[in-house]
Design a protein. Structure first.
Length: 226
């Protein structure tokens, strides 16, 4: 029996906000007193991440540095817009990577470990299937989540972003003997609809959506469904 979990905003979250907040912090560090509204940053980041185009695999990306090189141009455009250019903007883009991936900036939700323990006691195995940055494994280890997982599948490593069918098929191929499988995540499109397309039932967590049969506000509620 196998439970496939999303990570970001399902099991864990970044304490200080997402990429827009990171770029805001880097700008503030570079120029004291310059407090750029996040709303002015977000439009630059609407289509720069690989999970924005999940229909296009990126198996040619072979290293963490290569993965981040896809994002740096968008970051540099943000910094240029606010008056940082050339080498300074390039250095700030790389600083954004360090800030975002700092494991100390990440946390698990209060219900994560209790839910995993409860479900493990009932015979379920856990894996993570996440659209994430290459440093996810280090983050998971820092949070103490790794011992609870049978495997971790990260799009930055596999080259397939949810809801691409291949992202889910890779997990199923790794665990061919699993008699029952569920997907659990906070994204309707990536987690719920993506899983359904390959025949995996799914649970939407931490939010509700009309038309989704299984929804949970707390991960502890998952046990009553599966």
């Amino acid at each position: 029996m196998l439970l496939i979990w999303d990570f970001d905003e399902t099991l864990g979250y970044r304490r200080d906000g997402k990429f827009s907040a990171v770029l805001q912090e880097v700008i503030r560090r570079a120029r004291e007193g310059l407090d750029v509204p996040i709303e002015e940053i977000r439009p630059f980041l609407q289509s720069c991440y690989p999970w924005h185009t999940p229909e296009r695999p990126h198996r040619h990306i072979r290293s963490a540095d290569q993965w981040w090189e896809m994002l740096y141009p968008a970051f540099e455009r943000v910094f240029a817009h606010f008056g940082f250019a050339g080498q300074e903007a390039r250095a700030m883009a790389r600083e954004a990577r360090a800030v975002y991936t700092d494991p100390a900036r990440w946390a698990l939700y209060d219900d994560t470990l209790p839910a995993l323990a409860l479900l493990s006691a009932r015979g379920w195995r856990h894996v993570v299937l996440s659209n994430h940055v290459p440093e996810l494994r280090a983050i998971v280890r820092h949070l103490g989540l790794a011992p609870h997982l049978a495997a971790l599948f990260n799009s930055a490593e596999t080259g397939y972003e949810k809801p691409h069918p291949r992202a889910f098929e890779i997990v199923l191929q790794r665990f061919p003997g699993a008699r029952r499988v569920w997907m659990i995540g906070d994204s309707l499109a990536a987690d719920v609809e993506g899983a359904r397309r390959v025949g995996i039932p799914a649970i939407l967590v931490r939010k509700r959506h009309e038309g989704v049969e299984y929804c949970c506000d707390s991960l502890l509620e998952v046990a009553s469904i599966v």
